[in-house]
Design a protein around this ligand. Structure first.
Ligand code: AMP
Ligand code: ZN
Length: 282
């Protein structure tokens, strides 16, 4: 099974529940290096940096429309109450993507220059698999831009070559493709088609283990979906547009191990430098 590949290499423990992995120190060190390198990707930007826990208000996820679009991926939290010896749905769900946590905090007017956030969160998606790159719990780092349609669309456009270069500098061969989210239910095909027609989602994929590639970064334009849902407005009172660039930290780390091998001290100089790792540390 491919999972033991990752554990043989001393990266991840074989899961007890599918898709839930213990991480070994070298894997975490690479992940921390990636996180730092991502912070330095656009030195001219000064984002509002926020970190969130792996749970989020059910109300936020309802407002975002996630229950209609992706109920099959959502994990919800049930809890016992003080008086009832039965589990009941709580006011929390497990965070499905890091950027959702930002929108309720951005309600109101955004300045002309827009707002830029840097967020990271553990995320959960109910997609059990034996493939180590398809985890149920993983970390997502995101830059989220909020503002006018023109600025936000332009910002997402700028980020595509930036992340392509980032992967190249890490020594990863990537491919860029138009993509769609895995919508649920009867309207899924139509929603996926319209997302593609409007070129709302691009994904960069890398090899994550021999013979398998997976998306490690997505660049998403949401039009005014979240602006409308969370009452976020531009200077002139229109619903703001939003976009996000999302990095799957575990998939990026798996990509590095797949490209450069299990021994980090043998990785190319440029990759180590970018990750802030020295050979002595590895
Ligand atoms: P998405 O919101 O689906 O575009 O996800 C953003 C990024 O999170 C993806 O490009 C992946 O790198 C990462 N990701 C999504 N789902 C998983 C998963 N099941 N396991 C590991 N990483 C994931
Ligand atoms: Zn996002």
């Amino acid at each position: 099974m491919c999972v033991s590949l990752a554990s043989d290499r001393g990266l991840l423990l074989d899961p007890i529940a599918p898709g839930v992995y213990g991480r070994l120190p070298i894997f975490e060190r690479v992940l921390a290096g990636l996180s730092e390198a991502i912070s330095n990707l656009d030195p001219s930007a000064h984002p509002e940096v926020l970190r969130f826990p792996p749970v989020i208000a059910r109300q936020t996820i309802l407002r975002a429309g996630y229950f209609e679009s992706f109920p099959h991926l959502l994990g919800t939290i049930h809890a016992f109450s003080e008086h009832e010896p039965a589990e009941a749905p709580s006011d929390l769900v497990v965070t499905p993507a890091a950027c959702y946590a930002v929108y309720p905090h951005a309600t109101g007017r955004v300045p002309v220059e827009g707002r830029l956030f840097d967020v990271e969160s553990w995320c959960f998606r109910q997609e059990p698999s034996d493939d180590p790159e398809r985890m149920r719990a993983f970390r997502m780092r995101e830059f989220v831009n909020i503002g006018s349609a023109e600025r936000v669309h332009g910002w997402r456009k700028e980020w595509i070559p930036r992340v392509q270069q980032f992967l190249a500098r890490l020594g990863l061969q990537s491919s860029l493709a138009l993509a769609n989210d895995p919508f649920f239910g009867a309207g899924a095909r139509f929603l996926a088609m319209s997302q593609r027609e409007q070129e709302l989602k691009f994904e960069l994929s890398v090899e994550v283990r021999a013979g398998a590639t997976a998306a490690c970064i997505s660049c998403n334009y949401h039009l005014d979906h979240f602006g409308t849902a969370f009452d976020i407005r531009t200077e002139n009172g229109e619903p703001a547009h939003t976009a996000c660039v999302a990095f799957g930290l575990e998939r990026l780390a798996l990509g590095l191990f797949a490209a450069h091998g299990a021994l980090v001290e043998k990785w190319p100089d440029q990759s180590l430098r970018l990750l802030g790792l020295s050979r002595a540390q590895c």
